[in-house]
Design a protein around this ligand. Structure first.
Ligand code: HEC
Length: 148
């Protein structure tokens, strides 16, 4: 997975492999295509993301990553997209709470990024994440899968 996303010309896509992992095991996310997923955060996100529901606003420079994969009927594993949320500087995008969403396809190509390529195609990310506005657009992960 890490190697596959290196082609996307996006800092977070190149670096997420070194992030801290917040999921104890991979869990199924119905909101991300029913795939198995993990959650990661960079060191800037660290202390804040780990507060979960008690967090107010994430610090600028926080990057959250969610990789995804599917276990096929014959036991083989197929990589799914990489989902990214990056907290930009104040004023980057008032509509998204200054979050930049991005999705990187399993072949390493960038599907879209807020404010860049195919920005409109990523609107659906925020349309759902806005429901977590009280937690700075974050849903975290189900408590039973939290490793921190
Ligand atoms: C239909 C609702 C929905 C959509 C659409 C959606 N998400 Fe999420 N997202 C969630 C939920 C719920 C969680 C936490 C639980 C889980 O993973 O199932 C989450 C978690 C995340 C996380 C971990 C950070 C956090 O919130 O704690 C990232 C990163 C993320 N989503 C990125 C994206 C991106 C990028 C897109 C669009 C390509 C997207 N999401 C589309 C509902 C959604």
């Amino acid at each position: 997975m890490v190697a596959a996303t290196q082609g996307a010309d996006l800092f977070a896509a190149k670096r997420w492999g070194s992030f801290d992992r917040y999921s104890s095991v991979s869990y199924r996310s119905d909101t991300h295509g029913g795939r198995l997923v993990n959650n990661y955060g960079n060191h800037i996100a660290g202390a804040a993301y780990g507060k979960y529901e008690d967090v107010a606003r994430m610090p600028t420079g926080s990057i959250l990553a969610k990789d995804s994969f599917v276990v096929n009927g014959n036991g083989t594993v197929s990589a799914g997209p990489l989902f990214l949320m990056e907290k930009m500087v104040n004023g980057f995008n008032g509509d998204t709470g200054d979050w930049r969403y991005a999705m990187v396809m399993p072949d390493g190509s960038l599907f879209g990024v807020t404010g860049g390529k195919n920005s409109a195609g990523l609107q659906f990310c925020h349309d759902c994440h806005i429901a977590a506005e009280d937690n700075d657009m974050m849903f975290f992960l189900p408590s039973e899968y939290r490793s921190r």
